[in-house]
Structures are given as structure tokens and as C-alpha cells.
Design a protein around this ligand. Sequence first.
Ligand SMILES: [Zn+2]
Length: 292
Amino acid sequence: MFTEDFPWYPFFTFLSFAWGAATGSFLNVCIYRIPRDESVVKPRSHCPHCNTLIPWYLNIPIFTYIMLWGRCRFCKARITPRYVLVELLVAFLFLLVWLKFDLTMGPRPLGLIPIISAGLVPVLWLYVSGLVLATFVDFEHMIIPDSVSIGGMIVGVILSAVVPAMHGVETLLESVIQSGIGLALGFGLLWSIGKLGSMIFRKPAMGFGDVKLIGAIGAFTGWQGVLFTVVGSSLVGSIVGIALVVGRCKRLQSRIPYGPYLAMAAVLWIFWGQQWWQAYLNILTRPLLQGG
Ligand SMILES: [Zn+2]
């Protein structure tokens, strides 16, 4: 198959998984330090229990955690499984992005020339990294850092100018307009839902962090991505909510933030959004075609 045309393909496939694991490892540092207002580059990683610096050979993503059975090499304190979970998650997401959007195979947005869509893989790697970061900080601290949400809006618009394939268009201007529309729609939509919700329930219904996050999602995906993410996240949220009520996990139920649902739906949009959008359009146009 394509391995004959492109013998390096398996190597790059492995590399994207490894790069994802390494990125996940760095995101773990960000998840811990950003909400605590610490620098993400200095000092080097150390054990949160005994403060021992972790030497490079014990800082290998996924591998180290399994080797040490999830315990610190020096003080034997348990390391939260979140570390290996995030590394595995990001590794698989990077791999999926590569498999779907690489240059040798897979559908390119609207069949654009490969040179343009070459930028899609790193852009989407950055995008899913931001979503993972927002998700795990939100789980732990019930906030979404501005560096992710506001940063994401700015970076999303700038990258749209550089990589128009993000929005399936060919020119810089079209792409930036799509990005701006997505940003404004996402922000406006969740802001309105939040306002409406707090009028009905007489308490804050939507965190402003979520409003900023969907703005960033819109800057990357445009208006279709925003609609999908808003509908998708509320569906997933309802299902989990009902499951928690049925399971009588009342404590957990009131503590789950909304950001992770937004992030989850936004990730689904990357991989399967186009198919669902197309299926939806087909349903809408079918009666018209039959009538004609
Ligand atoms: Zn330790």
C-alpha cells in the first residue's frame, strides 16, 4: 500500500505517539503549576512529596510510571494515576490526528492541496493539548486558566491566518473571517445561555471560563464546530448527569465542571464532526430532493 510510496510512514506514526506522550508529560506539569501561578519551565520536575529532583532517566513518559509501579523512586509515595492517564490520552490523540490528517491518506478538508493541509497536524496537536489542559485543570480546581481560553482565542485566529485549511478555505482572509465568526458565535451563545440560566435558576448557571473556552474552540473550528460542541457537550452532560442521579452520586453530581464536556465534544468534532454534519445536512435536504 502507501508504505511503498512512503517508507517512513510507520516511523512517523510511532513518532507522533511518542511526541504525544512527551507533550502529555509537559501538560502534567502545566496542570499542576498553572493554577498555582508557578512557572512551567523552572524549576525542573520534582516529587511533590519528598521534593527530590527527578533525573531525566526517570522522567520518561508512560514507561517510568509502569516501571516504578506508580510510586516515587525515592520516598515511595504514590504518584497520582492522572500523570500516566494524561500521557496516554495525549499520545493517542496525537496518533489519531496524525492518522486522520497526515499527507499520505485520509480525507483532506475539501480536497485542498497537501502543502496547505500540512499545517493541520501541528495545529490540531496544539488544539487538543489546550483542550486536555483545560479539562484537567477544570476537574481539579473548577477553573479554566485564561492562558488556555483567552490564549486559545488569540492563537486560534492567528493560526487561521497561517493555515486556512483549518476552515477548509483557501485564502487568509476567508479563514480569519471564519475564525472570528466561530469565536463570536461561541462566546455569544454560551454567554446568553448563562444569562438566561441564571435568570431562571437565580444562581450562576455557567462559569465565565466556559464562555471563554468555547470562544477559543470557535476560533479554531468556525461556527459549525461551535454548534456541534454546544449541542454535543449538553447531550454528554445530560447523559452523565442522569447516570449520576440514577447511581445516587449526588456529591459528584454537583461537583463536575462543564469545561470537560465542552472539550470532549470539541475533540469529537475534529474526528467525526464532518461526517455528522454531512449526515445532518442530508436529512435536511432529503424531503426537498424527493419533492423536486
Ligand atoms: Zn518522593
